[in-house]
Design a protein around this ligand. Structure first.
Ligand code: COA
Length: 382
């Protein structure tokens, strides 16, 4: 029987799987996908190529990438009845809840009942990566009364997603920013949603259920939801000159107040992805036209470094991603769904890896209840 001495809250430092998908050194801010630094991939690669790299384990040949890209473009469309389901979702619902339900529904229209057929597993893998932007954009449009658009097979993954959201093609610069953001969010070792995908996948649930579970996990404010909260926090502060007073007031009310977009279970220095996103933001905003939110973020980072730096708490990926998405015109509550559109590649890579030699997850507990209690019949209870 397990005891308190065995228990690690949050499973901190407990290995939950053997994995070759990605590598993270939180003290040196190193993040590699299959051995390649994420900063290099964000600059040189594409989300399509990175998805293949994560799932298949190596960079694709030219033919492999061309074939994969064609398959993705072919599977972007969704069944008309799935569009009806999305149209009938409450317009004031959260897009992450809509995505969760839509991905589970996707599996009913394109079933993959068993996970023992590699061809069917691959089909579901491609469909999930290809269709998630369609699902996110469909809800984002229909809730504001706009028609759901058909995917554009002539555009790449990032360009098509932007078109599906806004009904126009992105500029090459915006397309590149969006593609880089997808690459930066595609994978991150054994985080909560990846662990969730592995737990659900370990029951041999179908891949759509596995990904829907992971989406639920990603939706929380301590995980993917932090990017929304970070932007709202910058808006609440209202400007760089108000940062110090804002933080003083928060800490006076609650000394354990958590600043959104900083801190990480593994990183003890600034997250490499936050650094790349900050570079992207610097590139997007000329010095003269920096949005107030970005100026506020810069000042909050500076103030927080003084307070939390000695504890190894620095900006994570969510600190700057919201500022970048907001500048592209993306609604705040669609930030986390974009995270999911990217992270599905990592979840599927872990699912594919785990299917070989799968064992169902069944951890232990430290029992803190009572034994040998009497059952009192209802009519004898007060
Ligand atoms: N702001 C202020 N203090 C923070 C903090 C934050 N964002 N994150 C952690 N801390 C402090 C805690 O108060 C705690 O201090 P203590 O030792 O004096 O009690 C210490 O750091 C450890 O925090 P803990 O919550 O136990 O760390 P964790 O590893 O369980 O949690 C996160 C990691 C990411 C959940 C946490 O840092 C957080 O909530 N960050 C804000 C949300 C966020 O940005 N999430 C996105 C992650 S990519």
């Amino acid at each position: 029987m397990s005891t308190d001495a065995d228990y690690k809250p949050g499973l901190e430092d407990v290995p939950a799987a053997k994995s070759a998908v990605s590598f993270l050194d939180g003290k040196k801010a190193v993040l590699e996908y299959r051995g390649i630094p994420v900063e290099v991939l964000a600059k040189e690669s594409s989300f399509e190529e990175v998805s293949w790299l994560l799932i298949k384990g190596a960079l694709p040949t030219q033919k492999e990438l061309a074939d994969f890209d064609r398959e993705l473009r072919q599977r972007r469309s969704i069944h008309f009845r799935l569009k009806d389901i999305i149209r009938n979702m409450p317009g004031d619902g959260h897009p992450m809840d809509a995505l969760h339900a839509a991905v589970a529904s996707l599996g009913m229209f394109y079933p993959c009942h068993t996970v023992t057929n590699p061809a069917k597993n691959w089909d579901a893998t491609v469909r999930l990566i290809a269709a998630m932007p369609t699902l996110v954009a469909a809800f984002a449009r229909t809730r504001r009364g706009d028609e759901i658009l058909d995917p554009r097979p002539d555009l790449d993954h990032a360009g098509n997603f932007y078109y599906l959201l806004f009904g126009k093609e992105p500029t090459p610069a915006i397309r590149k920013v969006l593609d880089a953001c997808l690459i930066l969010h595609a994978e991150h070792t054994m985080n909560a949603s990846t662990f969730t995908a592995r737990v659900t996948g370990s029951t041999l649930a179908n891949p759509y259920q596995t990904i829907a579970s992971a989406i639920g996990s990603l939706s929380g404010p301590l995980h993917g939801g932090a990017n929304e909260e970070a932007l709202r926090q910058f808006e609440e502060i209202g400007g760089p000159e108000k940062v110090k007073a804002w933080l003083d007031a928060k800490l006076a009310a609650n000394p354990k107040y958590k600043v959104m977009g900083i801190g990480h279970r593994v990183y003890k220095v600034k997250d490499a992805r936050a650094t790349v996103l900050q570079e992207i933001a610097e590139h997007m905003f000329a010095e003269s036209s920096r949005p107030v939110g970005y100026e506020t973020a810069l000042e909050l980072e500076r103030v927080c470094a003084g307070i939390y730096g000695p504890k190894g708490i620095y900006p994570n990926v969510d600190f700057y991603s919201g500022v970048v998405y907001s500048a592209i015109g993306i609604p705040t509550d669609v930030f986390t769904p974009i995270f999911a559109i990217a992270r599905v590649a990592g979840w599927l890579a872990h699912w594919t890896e785990q299917l070989v030699g799968n064992r169902i997850f069944r951890p232990e507990q430290v029992f803190t209840g009572k034994n040998d209690q009497k059952y009192v019949p209802l009519d004898q209870r007060p």
